[in-house]
Design a binder for this molecule. Sequence first.
Ligand code: FEO
Ligand code: CA
Ligand code: CA
Ligand code: CA
Length: 737
Amino acid sequence: MLRSLDIILSRPRHSLVTTINPWRVRGYNVSRDVEDHRIHNRSQNLPFDEVVARHLSRRQILQGGLGLAALSMMGGFGLGGSNGARAQDKTPLALAFESILGSRTDAVVVPAGYRAQVLIPWGTPLNARASDWHRELVMTPAQQANSVGMHHDGMHAFPLDLENASRRFLLALNNEYIDQDALWAPRGPTQPDGVRPADEVRTEINAHGVTIVEIQRQNDGGWAHVIDSPYNRRITTATPIRLSGPVAGSDYVRTRYSADGTRTRGTNNNCANGYTPWGTYLTCEENWPEVFVNTGERFSDDARLGLPTDRGRYGWETAAGDGEQDDEFARFDVTPGEGEASEDYRNEARTFGYVVEIDPYTQAMAMKRTALGRFRHEGCWPGLVRAGEPLTFYTGHDSRNEYIYKFVSAANWDPADAPKPGSEADRLAIGSRYLDEGTLYVARFDEDGRGEWLALTPGAATPTGQTLAAALNLEADDAAGVIIHTCDAADLMGATPMDRPEWSSVDPVSGEVYFTLTNNSKRTADGTDATFTNEGAALEASGAGYATAPTNSANPRADNENGHIIRWREQSDNRFAWEIFVFGSDAGANDNRSGLTPGNQFASPDGLWYDERGEGQGILWFQTDNSDNAVAEYTNDQLLAVVPGALDSGRGSDSVIDADNQDQLKRFAAGPNDCEVTGIFATPDRTTLFINIQHPGNWPADGDALTQDATQVAAGKVRPRAATVAIWKEDGGQIGV
Ligand code: FEO
Ligand code: CA
Ligand code: CA
Ligand code: CA
């Protein structure tokens, strides 16, 4: 049965729906960018044609073409011929907490019977070189370089020894961006005569990046960091980092700092994260373009990615000149000079936009793994790990109408490459085996509920029959050029523009891949024409990119303000089968496609973690980054939980979660006012869950304390600090069940 259905599903896409023509080509224009040595192909293919097929929902097609039986069978395909080992005959996990009400207070809210503790808020000293934190502390470059960074986002735990993995570990934590008002409270940032003071800029640079800090459970059940642990470390937007993979050593990244194009300084706007089977941390550069400025002739990728043309986000470049060291500020101005690329910083921004690998157990220089593409990476999550097979990593570009990607290693996984936690091993050398050579793919989601991974290799054939290198006007073997122009390459291959891809997580038993699509104000209605970011003289030299794109079956709501979660299963021949898991909505909306109630209404899903609990059962946790809509009027950002294995999928409704299974999706926690809830993992024994509270408005309550009760409401105005929150059950049991 599986075999015969697989044959049906393996037919060419058009055999199912012959009216779909995703390769419709827009008007063709070229313009030359001499700096770039390539012609920018402005030809463009709509994601889907504007004809009948786009008006058919995926399920209508499936019901007409394959039927509901086929739909449920599609849900049964797993990787590598597995039939998706979700144990249908086992009693599913039950979420043993009452869904909490929405909350709009200056406090974290958790269910009855749970405790929530603030841990390592911004400014927590990591070593004796930093002074103690207090509410009126004036931050300095050195103080910040030796303290926890700002605006906690993605994170992951790395045990030091397996026996104590649930009591002691290294926490790798992204510090995504800064709140200048809190950083410089009470006076705010300064800019006399339009120039940022050097030490203010150094402090802000040091508040970004990544924190590595040792964490231990205390005898009272709470958690604390270990000050002066030899593992404690900061990697900031100034730390030297090595480039590796196709871009390393290429002409695209030569700078005055690194004339051979092998190094850069810093990682920036590290949003979400990932991890590897060999015990390293992956941190992902998201909204980095805005810290640069180019007031002159722009590379096409500068425009495609949105580098400012007047001023960087914080004006760091204004501090350049006397008093700076090694162009520490000048490098943020990437305006090309008169001479060679190695004499200025025109290429500095091309050393950003990557997945960065860090060995949390050593002080080794981090590596930017350029093979995984260059864009505004949200995060990077491992797929199924199987001995003797390539490794897979999923990564998304969080911008409106951007794409979902995956990287597949050239090398097959050897379990001998997983060193013991905390042991001496050159983990980054192992990383070079799996992350520097492989194939980057971008996803096309088709109307029939299937999709295809499109290889972004120089020799890949575009829908118009050119090689991708030729379409990008690159040399035939220019793998580095394809990576530098990842977004253009994805445009040219016909990828599906998505509703802002954020986090991903994989069910390790079924192989189902979940992906949050947070919202999209630039998703237009059926029948409208797409518009492109390069329309208009100022962006003439840019790649295309969708400024707006009409709905498609994987992103079916115009002006999608509430977002959704999609999931898929990999199939053979770079194909996959997808379905929508849940649509965000307020409970009272007309377009409440998943039938949400006050107890679980949510919008703008972002953080996501499939929490495997054994025997093919697990909890899917997801977090929100929402504002300015009906859900935001009801509740602050939140953490929700659902047990996918308890859901009866494939009944023909719009999404897996629907009006008939509402009691399965529950609100577990809510954050303080103005925050976003992000970053998530639990101890291996699942007795403590860790989340991050980013950009709170007036929290935590005690402005001087480092650890404190996260559920306490602030009295009066406090200097807000992003922080990790540890949540555990008063009875010591497993979280959620
Ligand atoms: Fe930094 Fe896409 O969230
Ligand atoms: Ca964030
Ligand atoms: Ca995010
Ligand atoms: Ca977000």
